[in-house]
Design a binder for this molecule. Structure first.
Ligand SMILES: Cc1cc2nc3c(=O)[nH]c(=O)nc-3n(C[C@H](O)[C@H](O)[C@H](O)COP(=O)(O)OP(=O)(O)OC[C@H]3O[C@@H](n4cnc5c(N)ncnc54)[C@H](O)[C@@H]3O)c2cc1C
Length: 569
């Protein structure tokens, strides 16, 4: 009979938070505010307060300002980027919580952009009417970490959480390992909050924190997924030489000098997301037909890229200066004509959650980038940018507050949990298997192979039945090879689990994309180019049942929502 204590370090807590990014920290603070006596533990693969995506951001926060109108914004969002796949009630709850989150940042001691006379900078949001923006400095998590610590939150860094533990249908903790000393950890928790990010397939350096570990663990535990087809963000145009910049789409030209925005979007179209799908597909076509590369060429006197940043945010200012220096070194001068690229970010964030961020499994919550698309508040768009660029951090802290309050209530009335030592042992054995393998399949080769499937637009943006099936068969081939992964050290062991998670996210995305035989928002099917409201006002739900991905649909309760297709209200 296996004893739990013999398997590794066993730690009991009331609330286990997986991931110490901005969402994880905000959740810890909220649980402690609502239930100061509770034990709250954050476990983080890297270092809490420094890891995750929020340290790599553009610093934009988008919110509903005192002069903005929530109904007008929702009308725009649902009709353009969400295309009726939104949970409109949750969208309302979210957007009306955003100003309070700005106030929270100030209360935590974060630096928000200020005008010279000390007022908070606020300007209209870039891509959405009726919303306001400001900037926050990129060391925002440090005051949050201090506050969480002062309130008594415990933190353990360098822990890679591999899988969740269950007692019947209830999640009761997780198993992980220390990526420096290799010690196994078993966490026993009344409530578990997944705050460990989205999946970006490690295609881009800045997005590499998102390896879908939480999504895959929730899926393996039997949680429902929603909107997985919207895990295909091709963010925005960047300079090919530096992978930097966000040059917008108005002044993109092909090698013949034709303006591509005018060619592919003569009516300009809705601007709810970074790069409209029809323009992205147009850019791919231009290159395929020999009219590449694509350049950014602003007219003389027109908008330029680059420029200084001075909003009394020192870290963000330094960051902008560093990027500007790199661009100068590569000869990227303002006003010049420069080659651009359209890299994939992915951003699968498909754990299905309710209005309190509860998953379909008891005892398990999912927040921030794990569940942005799965919450359905953004609708038919990969999230973030979801509602619009600048909402990733905002959704992380708002959803953390909802989940924190809900988990704090839950633990008050909930009994202590038991862990099945045999289940824990099984996960532990699986977790360390690649270290004992005699095989030679490197996780780096596996990650690269997965990138070749998920990144090309022909598979993930300009979708068709044939190509989706081709991509899925490539994923199957890769999955067959995953049991032979070899980890030469603990760092590589972590990579092995990352690629395992990312392969599940890819399969979720491609299977859902194959099922949705229409085009809507960020999902474009070349073989079904029209939107089909008659058959597809539905969310695609995926659940793992006996090792198989089971797909079903859930009708959108459009009749109870205010905004209906084609202007019907
Ligand atoms: C370059 C860039 C620019 C951006 N610009 C903006 C912007 O200007 N405005 C905006 O609002 N948003 C922006 N975003 C998005 C925003 O940063 C994210 O939406 C937000 O940080 C999500 O927070 P999170 O806590 O949910 O996830 P994350 O920040 O991804 O944190 C997840 C944490 O979980 C940890 N983790 C992962 N797997 C495990 C595991 N198995 N075990 C333990 N820990 C694990 C990770 O190490 C990480 O620390 C940007 C993102 C990037 C990459």
């Amino acid at each position: 009979m296996v004893k739990l204590e013999d398997l590794g370090e066993v730690i009991s807590t009331d609330v286990l938070i997986v991931g110490g990014g901005v969402g994880g920290l905000a959740a810890a603070i909220k649980v402690k505010e609502d239930n100061p006596e509770s034990d709250v533990l954050i476990v983080e693969k890297q270092t809490t307060g420094y890891a995750g995506k929020a340290t790599k951001i553009g610093g934009i926060l988008v919110f509903l300002g005192p002069d903005n109108d929530a109904d007008n914004f929702i009308d725009f969002q649902v009709n353009t980027s969400g295309v009726y796949l939104n949970d409109q009630e949750l969208l309302y709850k979210y957007i009306t919580s955003t100003f309070n989150a700005i106030e929270k940042f100030a209360e935590w001691g974060d630096k928000l952009a200020k005008t010279p006379d000390g007022k908070m900078v606020s300007f209209p949001a870039m891509f959405a009417p009726e919303l306001s923006s400001t900037f926050i400095d990129i060391d925002m998590m440090l005051p949050m970490r201090s506050r969480a610590k002062k309130m008594g939150t415990k933190m353990i860094n360098k822990i890679h959480v591999v899988d969740l533990l269950k007692e019947d249908n209830r999640v009761v903790g997780a198993v992980g390992f220390h990526i420096i000393d290799g010690n196994p950890y078993i966490f026993k928790a009344k409530a578990t909050i997944l705050a460990n990010g989205s999946c970006g397939y490690k295609v881009r350096r800045f997005w590499s924190a998102g390896t879908g570990d939480g999504i895959a663990a929730a899926y393996r535990a039997g949680a429902e997924m929603r909107n997985a087809e919207y895990g295909n963000l091709y963010g925005h145009t960047v300079f090919q030489a530096t992978d930097s910049g966000m040059v917008g789409s108005d002044f993109l030209v092909n090698s013949l000098g034709e303006n591509l925005r005018q060619k592919y979007m003569p009516d300009k179209g809705p601007a709810g997301v970074f790069l409209p799908v029809n323009l992205a597909i147009g850019l791919e076509k231009e290159v395929a037909e020999g009219r590449g590369p694509i350049y950014f060429e602003p007219p003389k006197g027109g908008p330029q890229h680059g420029g200084g940043f001075n909003m009394s945010l020192p870290k963000l200012g330094q960051w902008h200066e560093k990027i500007a220096k790199k661009e100068r070194e590569h000869g990227l001068t303002p006003g010049g004509k420069h080659e651009i690229g359209v890299p994939m970010h992915g951003e699968t964030s498909c754990i299905r959650v309710d209005h309190e961020m509860r998953t379909s499994l008891e005892g398990l919550w999912a927040i921030g980038d794990t569940s942005y698309a799965g919450s359905a508040l953004a609708g038919a768009v990969a999230s973030p940018p979801g509602v619009c660029p600048g909402s990733g951090i905002m959704f992380a802290v708002v959803s953390a507050a909802w989940a924190g309050a809900s988990a704090a209530r839950y633990i008050t009335g909930s009994s202590s949990v038991d862990i099945d030592a045999q289940e824990a042992e099984k996960i532990k054995r699986m977790a360390f298997e690649p270290m004992h393998s005699r095989n030679t399949f490197s996780p780096l080769d596996a990650i690269s192979a997965l990138g070749d499937i998920t990144a090309p637009m022909k598979y993930n943006l300009r979708r068709s039945k044939d190509r989706l099936e081709e991509a899925l068969s490539m994923i199957e081939t890769l999955k067959d090879k995953l049991p032979s992964l070899y980890a030469k050290d603990l760092h590589y062991l972590s990579k092995c689990h990352e690629v395992r998670s990312m392969a599940i996210c890819a399969e979720l995305t491609f299977k859902a994309a194959l099922m949705r035989d229409e085009s809507r928002g960020f999902h474009f099917r070349e073989d079904f180019p029209e939107r089909d409201d008659k058959n597809w006002l539905k969310w695609i739900i995926i659940q793992g049942v006996e090792g198989e991905m089971k797909l079903s649909t859930d009708p959108i309760p459009i009749n109870k929502y205010k905004i209906k297709p084609n202007g019907g209200k």
